[in-house]
Design a protein around this ligand. Sequence first.
Ligand SMILES: Cc1ncc(COP(=O)(O)O)c(C=O)c1O
Length: 455
Amino acid sequence: MIYNSIIDTIGNTPLVRLNKVNQGIPGEILVKVEYFNPGNSMKDRMAIKMVEDAEKAGLLKPGGTIIEGTSGNTGMGLALAAIAKGYKCIFTMADKQSKEKIDILKAVGAEVIVCPTNVAPEDPRSYYSVAKKLNKDIPNSFYPNQYDNLSNWRAHYESTGPEIWRDSEGKVTHYAAGVGTGGTISGTSKFLKEQNPDIVSVGIDTYGSVFKKYKETGIFDENEIYPYLTEGIGEDILPKNVDFSLIDHFIKVTDKDAAIMTRRLSREEGLFVGWSAGSAVHGALEYAREHLKEGDRMVILLPDHGSRYVGKVYNDEWMKNHGFLEDKTFATARDIISARSGDYQLVVVGKSDKVRDAIALMNESSVSQIPVMENGQVVGSITDNKLLSKIITDPSLKDASVTDVMEDSMKFVALGSTLDVLSSMVDKEKAVLVRDELDRIHIITKHDILTAVTK
Ligand SMILES: Cc1ncc(COP(=O)(O)O)c(C=O)c1O
């Protein structure tokens, strides 16, 4: 068969049985290997659809420029579409992305602008904001906005879903995929559930992202947001392409568990896949171990190719430096709190307690910051030096309630967070919180991290 251009080869990726990493788990586990797409990821599917839908809507005209904020894979898909159709591409990218991804986009003719990762989406330096501004400034430019452009999920509704249904011979019972923009899981799940409403859809999320809590409680919790390393999944926003009604469960996977599973997929299954594929398989198998029965058939989508991660999860030095290999150089939050005595008790104050009593408690327990609680939930914090400057300005605050002086809550981190992640989060004064296996809350301060580093 001869194709007219490379973009005609997008889709029809294979469904492959897992044989090793799923041992002991009931049912059949199949993976949809999306690196067989010409841009080496499932994003080719939505990139070409966003471009063609924009052409139909008159948003993209001959000679135009495509501008997008992308972690690399969407950029590759858009670059291939642009080559086939004669457009120019400019991409903005967060600086946590692998260097390989940036070089790859340049290789296919795109201009790449690297932006800081750890700034809020609305900050003018963020890759979202820079892309929007370029779109405003450059005439005849088109900003696909993969987060909110519904052609994204529709591409997977039209191709990924039907392929899985066809290739699993209608026997798929569970579908699992990572959630970033949400296009892949929403479009595929919608198609599959229309064929069989009993199909269960499992979304894979990261620690540091808002999705799981939002699905389970309806709360967009800023305290869930903190830096993580896995590329492509998890968000600090709610993209329009995530249809929460189509995702039955979310599972969070740590950077480390994902990295280890990614390497196992290569070595034990011959699947040289990217980091988020490790997240998807680790999380999906965690779900499968508890919920799958003999005769069930789970399909897990593997987003991209391992070549983009040779400097990271496939590099032993990098893995060791992040504490992801057994002879780790970094301890984790778990190590810090497990060194504490069994009767450890977090010092807390209630929201309606008096400031005067909170100060006495801080003195008595020799702590400089305390979480503020209400109905078992952490709702804020007080730190001694901020409190002091407030009281110096207004001495009557001593008799006020804690609620009148409290600051934002400390953020929660995962038990497996390594010291490098912890130290990036413990900013000037504020500590972080972590829940242990018994659901007790612990505080980790800069001092705890320094002690652990020097051990
Ligand atoms: C490597 C990788 N994995 C997973 C995803 C998540 O897919 P989606 O954006 O369709 O939710 C992305 C998205 O950027 C990705 O690049």
